[in-house]
Design a protein around this ligand. Structure first.
Ligand code: GLU
Length: 513
């Protein structure tokens, strides 16, 4: 029986989206697009205690940045809305009633203190078939008392009544069938009268059903909830259309076992969030991939391979190729180490494929932030400058250092290069070089290079010393792209001005300026 593919990414707006959540969203998206299905974004904001302002906008912005398109959601709308759980209270209330009427759930009045006392009294207490008859609930209290307590406004919860002695089968597309005994499950709370909200379990199941979700693709941390979910589908008599489960393996620390955490990122210097996050309470700022200079395509490619491979050694795959190749058959069941160095490599690789114009656009604000007025330079100039440097960088922000000389003459000259390449004769040679350059009409690299080379050779000058002194004068250090590409971009006047300036400023004997 094949049904239309409808998947959902269902984050709770309790903070910034973690990189593991982004991977979950990505796998949902790849699977949806591959199958001509729909990608739904559902905001699971039923935990009013943990709600964080700004988190929902953050989720939308992060997915948009990465190119993970949503077909139905709070912003997008769609035929199965509302897509925010706090706006679906009526629906949940109705479904709580169905379970109560069928005797698959019951009302419990136990206060936190009473529950605490029971935990102290009974080792490993859990609310289940063995203990529910000792508690204050609609199974133990007379009907009239239950009604009068509710009428009096006493707070209650609705608990799912797990029948003991059952084998519960969770069928996971990655893990196969896993059977567990229902006796180990507790009677989970499904609804709280205090805030008139369902818990995650009820809301999630009801919505997956009503939104006609075909596949639940989510992190492994939700696997322990799956048996309860299976029982809930059964209690609602929805088992026939229950979605298929896929529980994705955890993202692990780069350097060892255990779950990847924000602390690992802080310790090893990589972001664990897609976008920078400003915590509204503490004011803390956490680094994001976007602000750290990653291209979204690189992040997508890197994340896609953390838990999946295309079945061969191909590594560089853009979104459309990922969509074509993705399959659960090549998803791993064990955790994926978060190899963040590989993320840098992906970024470097994608930068080489990115147009100079786009890199220039990303680079401009970074230089502006450094106090350089980039309006003095044409877009064409900036793009050409960037083009000479991109093979040397992992991040656009690396250009701030490596590319600064294109936008400002050097203020200082590297002392070790002065020592090595600038001696008493250098100023006179540089003066001659100015004369040679000044006589050149076409200042392109291809025209300039042979003229300067001929001049060096016919005067029997030392090639390395002359070219390095030239570079030191123009760049400020003996590093950088091809010298004549640089001079072509800077132009004749600027090149000559820089050499003159260096002649004035560099004093060989002091190895400094
Ligand atoms: N709201 C849950 C979360 O924050 C959804 C888990 C699921 O996909 O079922 O991840």
């Amino acid at each position: 029986m094949s049904r239309p593919v409808r998947v959902r990414f269902a984050p709770s707006p309790t903070g910034p989206l973690h990189i593991g959540g982004v991977r979950t969203a990505l796998y949902n998206y790849l699977f949806a697009r591959q199958n001509g299905g729909k990608m739904i974004l559902r905001i699971e904001d039923t935990d009013s205690q943990r709600f964080v302002p700004g988190a929902e906008d953050y989720i939308n912005e992060a997915l948009a940045w990465l190119g993970i398109e949503i077909d139905e959601g709070v912003r997008e709308g769609g035929p199965f809305g509302p897509y925010k759980q706090s706006e679906r209270r009526d629906i949940y209330r109705e479904h709580v009633k169905i379970l109560l009427d069928r005797g698959r759930a019951y009302i419990a009045f136990d206060t936190p203190e009473e529950l605490e006392a029971k935990r102290a009294e009974i080792p490993n207490f859990q609310y289940d078939a063995h203990t529910r008859n000792m508690m204050r609930n609609s199974l133990t209290l007379p009907k009239e008392e239950v009604e009068s307590l509710i009428d009096a406004g006493e707070k209650y919860v609705v608990r799912f009544k797990v029948e003991p002695g059952r084998d519960v089968v969770v069928d996971d597309l990655l893990r196969g069938k896993v059977t567990i005994k229902s006796d180990i499950l507790d009677d989970k709370v499904l609804y709280k009268s205090a805030d008139d909200l369902p818990t995650y379990h009820l809301a999630n199941i009801v919505d997956d059903h009503l939104m006609e979700i075909s596949h639940v693709i989510r992190g492994e941390e939700w696997l322990p909830s799956a048996p309860l979910h299976v029982l809930l589908y059964e209690a609602f008599e929805w088992s026939d259309t229950a979605p298929a489960f896929v529980h994705l393996p955890l993202l692990l620390k780069p350097d060892g076992k255990g779950k990847l955490s924000k602390r690992d990122g802080d310790r090893l210097g990589f972001p664990v969030f897609p976008l920078e996050w400003h915590d509204p309470k503490s004011g803390d700022i956490s680094a994001g991939y976007r602000e750290s200079g990653y291209l979204p395509e690189a992040v997508v490619n890197f994340l896609a391979l953390l838990g999946w491979n295309p079945g061969d050694d191909t590594e560089v795959m853009a979104m459309d190729e990922l969509i074509r190749k993705f399959s659960f058959a090549h998803c791993s069941r064990s955790g994926a180490k978060f190899a963040f160095e590989k993320g840098k490599w992906f970024n470097h690789t994608y930068l080489q494929e990115t147009s100079d114009e786009r890199i220039a656009e990303l680079f401009k604000p970074l230089m502006e932030a450094e106090g350089v007025d980039m309006n003095r330079f044409s877009d064409e100039y900036i793009a050409k400058a960037v083009g000479t440097l991109k093979s040397r960088i992992n991040f656009v922000k690396d250009l701030v250092e490596t590319g600064r000389f294109y936008f400002a003459a050097p203020e200082t000259y590297a002392p070790k290069d002065i020592k090595k390449r600038w001696n008493a004769e250098t100023p006179a040679i540089m003066q001659d070089l100015i004369g040679v350059l000044d006589s050149i009409g076409d200042f392109s690299a291809t025209a300039t290079e042979p003229i300067v080379m001929d001049w060096i050779k016919s005067n029997e000058l030392h090639m390395g010393n002359v070219m390095n002194a030239f570079r030191l004068a123009v760049v400020g250090e003996c590093k950088g792209p091809h010298m004549f590409e640089i001079t072509e971009i800077l132009g004749k006047d600027e090149t000559i001005a820089r050499i003159s300036r260096a002649i004035e400023r560099i004093h060989a004997d002091e190895s400094s300026i």
